[in-house]
Design a protein around this ligand. Structure first.
Ligand SMILES: Nc1nc2c(ncn2[C@@H]2O[C@H](COP(=O)(O)OP(=O)(O)O)[C@@H](O)[C@H]2O)c(=O)[nH]1
Ligand SMILES: [Mg+2]
Length: 710
């Protein structure tokens, strides 16, 4: 295969809600370009894009697949992304390296929640977008409604370039108002006949044609003047104007397709070739530590790794986009982040599991290589002596969590290594070794995401694991002011131990007045590693306890706060004022005061109306109108508190608070309740008291365990 220059490269990502037809559409692009001679289907598990076992099992894309089609003199790199919210990380990494997104809309359903979520990412990356209304062959296809919704959601920049003549079962004709032609497809799809627009459609087509011209001219003064002079723009002028408007996200052209019947992709590829911006037409890549990088084949070599995956027989494959230079086998580069020198081995272009060696991948192009020493997603490789660092992909924060244990004893290390590997391949899987909960937690984007991780663990890494309920990071605090004392006294043989501490223990809150009736000699405020504060006040008068023992007393208090008196959960937001005590010239030492401090604190704490707190999250649920009632009425059973709601197009946004313990199961429940059409975001809000019965049960459990320990 030849090395393509940046004028003859197009980088696109197929985007859209799950089931909109991305993988099927990719297949038609490969077929139309002659890359494959037979079109596979998702149902037969035979597409080029969904080639992993897990995708066959689930009948849907799980990974972003890197594909390409050689189309006329062009190489179109295609990243087919999964539509499920669970795999949004794949969308983020695709958008980081492509120049244009093709957003598929399922014309049966219009704009779906997945489309909206992905849209927000395209806004962040400022990605030029074209829309494709797909599934126009289905009985429930509603093109006009789909366009209307798209305009409502994404703005009047959504501009119709094509509309279907006869959507529904017999769909075979598309009117193109850029070319002012009708395409009529044979029943097997493929190459359409080009026909004049029928008289009955003339008026509508002309109007849309003029709308399109006006939209283009609006963004370009020269074109606007031309349009005024001539009353028309020719195809070339429109093309140029369109490219610029796409780059600036001033126009989102909308096309038609039936991916299943292979209708529409040829023309769309023509548009990709002619109008969709080439890498050289995009703004230069902004580097973090150096000047912007221009897409030049003779520039200093520089690439960005956006994906890595471990493939059977090949090892770790790294996918990269070249930003400058021409990456060739044998080339020596430096990894900016890990500092290692990497020699590039074979360089490939890939179509799903099919790979071909190439002699080089030039600026603007996407390729892959294997067996790099220490290179991961988000790393920049560049020529020695440079310090270029390209901006990393910002992955979304996790939404669900589970605890994981190795089923077989002795496989803990193996599990740890496997998890490390999984995180490297998929940075949206976050692994947390929690000393507080004494569990290993896996955080991900959704249940399906976690299920995929589990499958990797068992099938690829051969570690049998169980997912168990994650513990909740409870906190303890108190609700009233108490004074108490403790005398620690031990006489065994020679030197004894003696310390007596009197303290006042009370709930702390920001801005509270100083303790009343005590003489304050000093105040220390400690931010606790587990959140909240300990305020420690020295109110000792007359030197009844020497100042040098105060740190020991505080250490005792801190130790007990770390493992709270009630259930062993960390305690927070407490003020301790030590105001009296006794010491002994010989028997008093730091250890004795530490014990006395700890015990005095524990006693006071237990009398101060102790309370168990649990983490509560703010959630915002986006749900289509039809499911609003179901979602609302389900919330109370999950201890969800509704805080408000807002209409947003044909969606409702529900704001609520939900305890973490319930949130752990919410993603799956919401999906089941709404056929996957709702989604939510979450953010830690605050610690709130748990229900009395829950508190009693947890105290009881802790007491039992604690007895067993002692
Ligand atoms: N009738 C019809 N079905 C389609 C069309 N495109 C895709 N499908 C079907 O819709 C389902 C989902 O398609 P897929 O390509 O996996 O969607 P993706 O999740 O966006 O990748 C599959 O059963 C496809 O066969 C289309 O244009 N018309
Ligand atoms: Mg797919």
């Amino acid at each position: 295969m030849k090395v393509y220059d940046a004028h003859h490269i197009r980088n696109i990502a197929l985007l859209g809600h799950s089931g909109s037809g991305k993988t099927t559409f990719a297949e038609t692009m490969l077929f139309e370009s002659g890359e494959i001679s037979r079109r596979g289907s998702v149902e037969e598990r035979s597409t080029v894009s969904d080639y992993h076992d897990i995708e066959h099992e689930r009948g849907t894309s799980v990974f972003g697949s890197v594909l390409f089609a050689e189309w006329r003199d062009y190489k179109i790199n295609i990243i087919d992304t999964p539509g499920y919210d669970d795999f949004i990380g794949e969308v983020a990494s695709a958008l980081r390296v492509v120049d244009t997104g093709i957003m598929l809309l399922n014309a049966q359903n219009g704009v779906e929640v997945g489309t909206e979520i992905i849209w927000q990412y395209t806004e962040k990356f400022h990605t030029p977008i074209m829309f494709v209304a797909n599934k126009l062959d289905t009985e429930q296809s509603k093109f006009d409604k789909t366009v209307e919704q798209a305009k409502e959601r994404f703005g009047r920049e959504v501009t119709v370039v094509q509309y279907p003549l006869n959507e529904g079962h017999g769909f075979n004709s598309i009117i193109d108002v850029l070319k002012m032609t009708m395409y009529k497809f044979p029943p097997t799809g493929g190459k359409p006949e080009k026909l004049p627009i029928p008289d009955s459609e003339r008026e509508k087509a002309n109007k849309l044609h003029n709308d399109l011209i006006e939209a283009i001219a609006e963004n370009d003064e020269t074109l606007m003047n031309l349009y005024f002079e001539k009353g028309e723009l020719n195809e070339d002028e429109m093309r140029k104007g369109l490219t610029n408007s796409m780059i600036n996200r001033q126009i989102f052209p909308l096309f038609c397709a039936s991916a299943k019947n292979n209708m529409g992709s040829g023309r769309i590829m023509g548009f990709i070739e002619n109008v969709v911006p080439a890498p050289v037409e995009m703004p230069p890549e902004v580097a973090m530590s150096s000047a912007p990088i221009h897409c030049e084949e003779n520039g200093a070599p520089c690439l960005f790794v956006f994906k890595s995956i471990s493939e059977a027989h090949l090892g770790d494959m790294s996918f990269f986009r070249v930003y400058a230079g021409n990456i060739k086998p044998g080339m020596d580069l430096v990894n900016e982040q890990t500092g290692v020198a990497e020699r590039i081995g074979q360089v490939f272009v890939v179509n799903g599991k099919k790979r071909a060696d190439v002699t080089g991948i030039a600026a603007g192009d996407i390729g892959s290589t294997v067996k790099l020493k220490n290179t991961h997603v988000n790393n920049t490789l560049h020529e020695k002596g440079k310090d270029t660092s390209l901006p990393p992909i910002e992955f979304p924060a996790p939404k669900v969590r589970t605890a994981v244990v190795a089923s077989k004893k002795g496989e803990e290390d193996k599990l740890g290594l496997a998890l490390h590997h999984i995180h490297e391949e998929d940075p949206t899987i976050i692994v947390e070794h929690s000393p507080e909960l004494k569990q290993i937690l896996i955080h991900g984007q959704g249940e399906m995401h976690l299920a995929v991780a589990k499958r990797h663990l068992t099938q690829r890494f051969k570690v049998e694991v169980d997912f168990i309920e994650p513990r909740v990071p409870y906190r303890e605090t108190i609700q009233k002011k108490v004074q108490g004392m403790y005398r620690h006294k031990k006489q065994s043989g020679g030197a004894g131990q003696f310390a007596e501490v009197h303290m006042q223990v009370e709930p702390w809150h920001e801005g509270m007045p100083d303790p009343v009736g005590l003489t304050i000699r000093g105040t220390e405020t400690h931010d606790l590693p587990w959140g909240g504060k300990l305020v420690f006040v020295n109110c000792i008068v007359g030197g009844v306890i020497e100042t040098r023992f105060l740190p020991a007393i505080m250490k005792g208090v801190m130790d007990k706060m770390q493992e709270g008196p009630l259930t062993g959960s960390p305690a927070r937001d407490i003020r301790v004022s030590v105001f009296d005590g006794k010491m002994h010239a010989v028997d008093s030492n730091e250890a004795a005061f530490k014990t006395a401090g700890l015990m005095a604190f524990k006693d006071c704490f237990m009398q101060a109306d102790p309370k168990l707190l649990e983490p509560v999250y703010n959630i915002e649920i986006t749900v289509p109108d039809d499911f609003m009632g179901d979602v609302m009425s389900d919330l109370p059973s999950r201890r969800g508190m509704i805080m408000g709601m807002d209409a947003d197009g044909h969606y409702q946004k529900i704001k609520a608070q939900m305890p973490l313990a319930e949130l752990d199961k919410y993603s799956m429940a919401l999906r089941a309740m709404t056929q996957g059409r709702a989604s939510y975001t979450q953010e830690f809000a605050e610690y709130m008291p748990v229900a009395v019965n829950v508190q009693q049960k947890l105290i009881h459990d802790y007491a039992l365990h604690h007895k067993a320990d002692e």
